[in-house]
Design a protein around this ligand. Sequence first.
Ligand code: UN1
Length: 497
Amino acid sequence: MLEPVGDETPETGVVLSDNPATGRPIAGVRLDTEASYEQVLSEAIAGFDRWRRVPAPVRGQVVRAIGEELRRYLVPLGELVALEVGKIRAEGIGEVQETIDIADFAVGLSRQLYGKTMPSERPEHRMLEQWLPLGPVGVITAFNFPNAVWGWNAMLGAVCGDSLIWKPSLLAPLTAIATNAIAERVAREMGHEGVFNLVIGTDDVVGERLIHDGRVPLISATGSCRMGRHVGAVVARRLGRTLLELGGNNAIIVEPDADLDLAFEGTFFGAVGTAGQRCTTTRRLIVHESIAETLTERLVEAYKDVKIGDPLDRSTLVGPLINSRSVDQFLRAIEQAKQQGGEVLVGGERVTGDGLGGHFVRPTIIRAPASGPFPISHEETFAPILYIFSYRDLDEAIAMQNDVDQGLSSAIFAGSVRATERFLSPAGTGSDCGLAYVNLGTSGAEIGGAFGGEKDTGGGRESGSDAWRQYMRRQTVTINHGSSMRLAQGIEFGASS
Ligand code: UN1
């Protein structure tokens, strides 16, 4: 299994997408079969063969039109995200905005797929690199960013000349259908079919088939570390490429001279936002002992007041977890934390009541034991649980922040440049994560930077900067424009030598 399916057994050939705020189904979606997978694959292969021939800046114009259409659908699509996965409306709309942003980025990129030129050691020779379309790209996404993570991959892949085969989470198929339909329709109306393809199915029928499929040179997958290990191994066996964006266990360090208002706000959004269901969620707060009480009290007070409820209600800050299994995992983690010496300061329970028939829990703060192991804090529980630790000196804090298997996001709040530079040390002895923030929380990356992490997070980089290169193949070109054959390294070879 790549990802746990919802509560449905898809043996009926249909998966129900539930509204996590009510626990009731919104719609049933027919699952792809082996035969329909084949059909989609052949469309994606044919689509790739046409699309690769379209000049990149023209591909960029198609992506520009998709971005424009997404702008028109920003609110309804954002609300669909909120309805289907339970993130609050503002965050649902923010997620679609993230796709629009990456579309804009990709349009510019479509004229900047630069290759290098390099001097040849031989006279009358020229060397250069060119970047070529790669092929149909498989994109496997998780429920928690059912629109934007596809956007990162699809908008870049499209300007690079690839076609896309999107396998969304079975917990969020409706957002995928709506999103892909927009992109596919815009491309088709501009004369380009088969670029944006969707397969919705179980891991057994669709997921396994996709990752084993030698016709798909790159699999970009977002999800758990367990899933990523499996995908990585299967794709490596066929010498394909992977781009993995897996779990995080992100910490914020707060130095004694930090601006506590900023530290409070960064932690509050990082830990409570999206009900703790971002891979970038702040899961650990590592606070200097001199300010630990003050900051903890302030957070506990804010957690008590946080408005939990219908994600579409504009006053709500915390929506539901995705399903009952997530609620069980939340409760189990809290039990384990208590057994391991953690002290629950606020939260720790399910929330029920009027309009709260779905999978609601109270955001939770747990103070870690003063010493000794606290293994639960090494796990990524996809729920709003914040573990608070205190420390004496910064080296100790950095060691604590790095002492987990995952390496996605990290943050420091500090006034002193010495502390922040220690955290960002160019020797690599500071944060060991792919993302490092100063006076900002761990979540909410902009699209312009490369996004991803080290260690068990999988090493992939998506979104901005030079992540586009992974969606292309590099060709090193050497041209002899003279009339004699000269071998590299000065080798003489032949009858006359
Ligand atoms: C994720 O949770 O899988 O940095 C992605 C962030 C968002 C992306 C999160 N821009 O929090």
